[in-house]
Design a protein around this ligand. Sequence first.
Ligand code: NAD
Ligand code: K
Ligand code: MN
Length: 342
Amino acid sequence: RKSLTIGLIPADGIGKEVIPAARTAIEAVGSDLPPTRFVDLIAGFETFTRTGVALPEETVESLQNECDCALFGSVSSPSKKVVGYSSPIVALRKKLDLYANIRPVLSVSPNPGESSAVDMIVVRENTECLYIKQEQQTIGEHGKEARATRLITERASSRIGRMAYELAKARPRKHLTIIHKSNVLSVTDGLFRESVRALHEKYPEVTVAEQLVDSAVYRLFREPQIYDVMVAPNLYGDILSDAAAALVGSLGVVPSVNAGDNFVMGEPVHGSAPDIFGQNIANPIASIRSAALMLRHLGYMKGADRIDLAVDSVVRDGQLLTPDLGGKAKTSEVVEAIVKKI
Ligand code: NAD
Ligand code: K
Ligand code: MN
């Protein structure tokens, strides 16, 4: 690439505070990236209340035609159903075919060598399973009955599997755990498991284990260090990765990317945090790490490393932490410290 164009979609709440922080971190990397341009784009609930659409066509067009990648902040969902509103992030994942949600969960412990340190990646399928949202309610013999369709395809399972093997291959431990419940759901989870298993011959250097989702949660809490890369269908991946985030202290530090074959979008795992919005105390680390993850995904390892090392160093230093990590620092002070280290 001769240049890099990054779409910025802060969307709602603290997204407006942490996405500019991520931009500042990328700018600080400077010479390790091609000339970089940022494009400000809108989406979200506030956009919906102002314009009547949550995801304007211009935003999608810019992402598809002009941007190489993007950063998304967080959306606020109305507490009651609002006619005409549906989540722009779910729509974007679909429109850009971002089929993988990659969530590295890493301890921010001040003692890096600690044996209980968590260092895993949850690779969640992002397009099917129960999230196709085909639900019906009917009246049966004994009253109301509700059903949902769960879709698992070989294509989606294979492509998420491939992504997971590639990620595992690039890590020191090269270990992949396939999460499923095929003892009960032998047809759907059976297909997921077989599709991922079938790829193993192409990745002989990766060791593969399997685990039923319920016992995986148990082991995640008892001995998180056994996991390296986990790959899971959509719903299990959602639950497991939120649970894993609880192991590392704060939602404010967990990054993710939504990735497809042609596009990548960094996104902090947290939401719009209306309880702390506007106070300059939101932890910017999840978004800054999401920016690094996005750069890594595009092959800019050096830039990504510089950002990650700066974040680690500030956290380990322990002097400038936001309140969610037990400190008193402002968002802007943390950003300033990270930029200085970069
Ligand atoms: P949340 O992640 O917004 O907040 C949960 C708790 O974590 C809050 O106490 C918040 O203050 C804290 N927190 C979150 N991010 C933080 C950060 N960077 N620094 C410090 N503290 C942080 O989840 P919620 O309260 O359940 O939801 C709030 C809104 O966000 C809802 O409208 C929800 O629908 C939306 N949401 C959006 C996304 C998304 O954009 N993908 C994800 C989850 C929730
Ligand atoms: K988010
Ligand atoms: Mn979740």
